[in-house]
Ligand binder design. Structure first.
Ligand code: WQD
Length: 340
């Protein structure tokens, strides 16, 4: 049985490929290398001793997708990461996001819907909830109007999958709604590739600590939270990777209750921005230069996962602490900079 990982050289994809290889799955990776590099394949090889099949392929090219599936008839499982994921960029260039995140999903599903059996794991995001009324956030929390084209592509993506699953019982799917993935593999051989100025908090913290950035700007300390800064659920990328394999095996072992399920994947613990800063300082011994600035447009006050479904139904629970996750992010940052 061959498992296809699209976007498998990306931050989360590469960590899932490692998990799959370590569990002796046969893996084929496709990636268009728009936000990753072939070096990641070396990192995966160094960690696992295995080199997955790799094809450079852009899922926006429908005929390439059709040709790929003609050449790989043995694929029954697909974990789909390939997509653009920068909120700000999606506001400036919405059609890039609708083409790259949705056309590609349609072309993939057009191939999967004709297979005798297909198992599909979709990379979704807690961003679909916007600012949830109830915290922690359950999977039944209402999906709010998207705050960005990026978030909209995740909402529409889930609807597309649901519509196909409604008419194709042979398609079994799970959407994993991630909270905030951070950190890196404990070997520091793979991690989040730093391309350009980081939009996310943790890579900005590690780049500030290593001296690449002058100072961290904390976006607002006037939120209605315990210290005024916004709350998020930061989950180690290795915990997130395990969740993908557990979800895939739920489908392969025919354990799913319906042929399209969604799970919130988070630790269940919310941390404020300042708590992350202080946890980073405690975990690494580094002191961080930061200043409080105005809120960032589009940020919600608080988002953290209700983990009962993931823990009790999916059978997965986050293992790493915030400090362990931040320490792994720091080790990765130091490794990346040592190679420059
Ligand atoms: C976290 C907190 C910021 C940077 C986004 C996407 C989500 C997912 C993860 C793709 C917020 C604050 C940040 C900085 C700061 N992406 N912050 N200074 O916005 O929760 O989620 O990334 O799937 O879909 O929406 O993550 O890391 O950008 O921000 O103070 O330099 O850190 O205001 O409170 P976010 P983030």
């Amino acid at each position: 049985m061959k498992i296809l990982v699209t976007g498998g050289l990306g931050f989360i994809g590469s960590h899932v490929v490692v998990e799959l290889l370590e569990r002796d799955y046969e893996v084929i990776v496709i990636d268009n290398l728009s936000n990753s590099s072939l070096e990641v394949l070396e990192g995966i090889h160094a960690i696992t001793g295995k080199k997955p099949e790799f094809e450079k392929l852009d899922l926006r090219d429908k005929s390439d997708v059709q040709d790929f599936f003609k050449r790989h008839a043995a694929i029954t499982g697909v974990i789909h990461f390939a997509a653009s994921k920068a909120v700000g960029e999606s506001v400036e260039n919405p059609l890039l996001y609708y083409e790259n995140n949705l056309n590609t999903l349609v072309y993939l599903l057009q191939e999967l819907q004709d297979l005798p059996q297909a198992h599909f794991i979709f990379s979704s995001s807690c961003t679909v909830y916007g600012q949830a009324e109830q915290l922690p956030i359950t999977e039944t929390a209402p999906v709010q109007p998207a705050a960005s084209p990026y978030g909209n592509t995740k909402q529409i993506g889930e609807e597309i999958i649901q519509d196909v699953c409604n008419i194709k019982p042979t398609l079994q799917a799970i959407a994993l709604r991630y909270f905030n993935p951070i950190g890196a593999h404990h070997s520091s051989l793979i991690g989040e590739l730093p391309l350009g100025t980081p939009q996310n908090l943790v890579p900005y913290i590690t780049q500030t600590a290593i001296g690449l950035r002058e100072q961290l700007s904390v976006y607002g300390d006037d939120y209605p939270t315990r210290d005024g800064t916004a709350i998020r659920d930061y989950i180690h990328v290795m915990d997130l990777a395990t969740a993908h394999v557990v979800a895939l095996e739920r489908l392969l072992n025919h354990k799913a209750a319906t042929n399209f399920e969604t799970f919130n994947i988070g630790t269940g613990t919310g941390s404020t921005v300042l708590e992350v800063v202080h946890a980073f300082e405690k975990a690494t011994g580094e002191s961080l230069n930061y200043k409080i600035v105005a809120r960032r447009e589009g940020d919600v006050t608080a988002a953290y996962a209700h983990t009962a479904q993931a823990n009790d139904v999916l059978g997965w629970k986050a293992q790493y602490s915030l400090e362990e996750s931040l320490a792994s992010a720091w080790e990765w940052e130091k490794k990346v900079r040592s190679k420059e």
